[in-house]
Design a protein around this ligand. Sequence first.
Ligand SMILES: [Zn+2]
Length: 320
Amino acid sequence: MTVEIKIENLSVKKGHKTSGYIPVPQTDLSLPVTIINGEKVGKTVLITSGIHNAEYTGIQTAIELAAELQPDEVNGCLILIHPVNISGFENRTMSAVAEDGKNLNRLFPGNPNGTIGDKIAHFIVTAFFSQTDYFIDLHAGDGFETLTPYVYYVGAASAAVVEQSKAMAEKINVPYMVKSFIATGGAYNYAGSCGIPGILIERGGEARWSKTEIHLYKADVKNVLRSLKVLAGAVDQNAQKPVDVVDVIYEIARVTGCWYPDKKPGELVKKGAMLGVIKDYFGKVLAICEAEHDGVVLYQVSSLCIIEDDTLIAYGKIAV
Ligand SMILES: [Zn+2]
């Protein structure tokens, strides 16, 4: 039975809640963290937001959950970081850690002797994953991306961890879920390979957020927490139960230029269908993107600017 939760300078007795900044070792950064140490025993759930700092729906959801949830309704412990990429947030970058330009969700498990991003990832692993039973990572489309809501779950882990991760994903009220086969790089991927079941939720994008999206996002997180018995109450039978999308193609831009997408997120596409074109500044077509197989569009870049080697569009087959 856990009596006191302690993460670096923050310690929280059973039945209490604390919010404060936790310094990242060997950096000038401090992360805003809330720990809700429930009155009753249960599992510890880590909820991270803003690993990609322009994904505001996830960040605002974590901020509101941290403010609203109380120790008397929590069985176990909730740890929320809101947001993780604090320097990116305060410099309004898109995804990148301000100091090194790196995508934090490609750096796990991190490196204490690396750049600032590497150090943040290492710190999340050593200080937070070490105390985590389940992991929920809140994302959205980036500032230049639009998407249909969906959820990733850990797929490169033990059978039990994969099964529990999928069960978490199925509690999310979205049409699609994607099993991830990566074991490092992303925070939840690496957590999975450490034996922590986890999901990454995608809802919102284009550096916007709305009360409607936050309402839906909070309902999703609470439903997972009820299924893990960390919150009391019956698990909602959502309007949508996500179905697996498989063979996801992350189409890469071959050139830098102007991007003219032909489809919208959530749209079904047929093999050979035009997905969009890249043109130069004079209207000359530089590249044509066509669907390699039937599927559904999960997300795509929505900015006019497309940069070589960026993911243009992601789509996959709806499993039957
Ligand atoms: Zn993200």
